[in-house]
Design a protein around this ligand. Structure first.
Ligand SMILES: C[S@@+](CC[C@H](N)C(=O)[O-])C[C@H]1O[C@@H](n2cnc3c(N)ncnc32)[C@H](O)[C@@H]1O
Length: 380
């Protein structure tokens, strides 16, 4: 069945409002990352199962036939499952709205119409907090020898208890993509006309040490980010989305233990957002033509900033490439492929960093060490 026909048949059960560009970009960004992550997971010998868990999955399709993230992931899984027949691809879909789950179930059958043997799809209709709490009881066997990605994507900040996400990450070898709904937080945390929302936010932050309702939304993002960095899962990246009125709307927070994951999410970010510091929603149909190459301009700006931070962070130390790379990946918008050209070489030329040349070739940057001279030598 054509997707148009599917939408027509299910129109009453789908979101009435048209999908906005902000949502389309969120879906593109996450799907692009999942594609890269899926390829890595499929090629990793010890990984026998690849799990994507969308615990707030929606109906899977919008009324203009745009597919939601979990159905984009299903398509990625279909592609990978046919190439990697010894691996099993598990898609876990939950939403508290029964009708939405019925639609996504039907849609999954349409998309996976060949019913590929090494793909499993598990559906459930539960509150997200109950779902996360009971996940391991039901699905533990799928978590062995696996790589997993948990996607938590609410409409409101107060829907999910942050401690449940942490517990999930503690129990499972999993990465996280979490939609931190900052607009909900800053509009309602101290709003006397939104008592219910206020209470839900407090409940959501229950057991997160250091939280107070006086905190700004950016402080809360940092608090959650550090709280969710569990054990070795300690690498992160957050990207901000704004409304067309330039108001911060939400952040997609990503957490992983794997440097490759961080490298790939930054690549997806540059591919979809071209290095813009945040995504500004634009639903107008007029295409803005620019005489300047936005990507180049963004590269230059991000590099200027992080060069200063690298010097500050490592001043007086000898460090390997890996350390500098991780610092830049986490603390700037730059991606791995930009580091040598935009950060290291200019700092070396400027005498602020000395490349130790301890490898067989001078052109080998990635296995070399660097002495960071610090601010004293800045004018060299
Ligand atoms: C932003 S949509 C999810 C979109 C989807 N993840 C995607 O990327 O295509 C949020 C979904 O959360 C569901 N939801 C809201 N509160 C929930 C709760 N307490 N438990 C489970 N699902 C909930 C809504 O029904 C809605 O479908």
């Amino acid at each position: 069945m054509e997707l148009k026909e599917f939408v027509k048949l299910n129109k009453n059960k789908l979101q009435k409002k048209d999908i906005q560009n902000i949502t389309k970009h969120k879906i593109d960004y996450i799907s692009d990352y999942v594609n890269s992550w899926g390829i890595i997971a499929s090629n990793y010998q010890s990984c026998l199962q690849v799990n994507f868990i969308d615990c707030m999955c929606n109906a899977g399709i919008y009324n203009d036939t745009t597919l939601g993230t979990p159905m984009r992931v299903l398509k990625i899984f279909i592609n990978l499952a046919q190439k990697h027949k010894t691996k099993v691809f598990n898609l876990f879909l939950n939403d508290y709205d029964k009708e939405k789950v019925e639609v996504i179930k039907e849609l999954s059958k349409e998309i996976n119409k060949d019913n590929i043997q090494n793909i499993n799809i598990f559906y459930s209709v539960e509150d997200v907090n109950k779902y996360l709490e009971s996940f391991n009881k039901k699905y533990n066997k799928y978590m062995y020898n696996s790589l997993s990605l948990l996607f938590v994507d609410p409409y409101n900040f107060g829907d999910v208890k942050i401690k449940n996400i942490k517990a999930f990450l503690q129990n499972n070898y999993s990465e996280l993509l979490f939609n931190y709904f900052c607009s909900d937080y800053y509009r309602n945390i101290n709003n006397p006309f939104a008592i219910v929302k206020h209470d839900e936010i407090i409940e959501s932050m229950n057991d997160v040490p250091g939280f107070s309702s006086e905190m700004t939304y950016t402080d809360v993002l940092e608090l959650i980010r550090n709280y969710l960095k569990v054990g070795e899962n300690d690498l992160s990246f957050a990207y901000e989305f704004r409304t067309s009125k330039n108001a911060p709307f939400y952040h997609i927070l990503y957490i992983t233990r794997n440097k490759k994951g961080l490298v790939k999410i930054k690549d997806s970010y540059w591919k979809i957002f071209e290095g813009e510091s945040f995504y500004l929603n634009d639903d107008s149909s007029v295409k803005q033509e620019s005489l300047i190459d936005i990507k180049d301009l963004n590269e230059e700006q991000h590099a200027q900033k992080v060069k200063i931070e690298v010097i500050k962070e490592f001043s007086g130390k000898k460090v390997d490439f890996n350390k500098i790379e991780l610092f830049i990946l986490e603390n700037s918008m730059l991606r791995s492929g930009q580091i040598i050209k935009l950060v290291l070489n200019p700092l070396i030329e400027n005498g602020q960093i000395i490349k130790c040349n301890e490898t067989s070739s001078k052109r080998n940057y990635r296995e070399d060490y660097y002495i960071v001279c610090g601010e004293k030598n800045e004018k060299l």
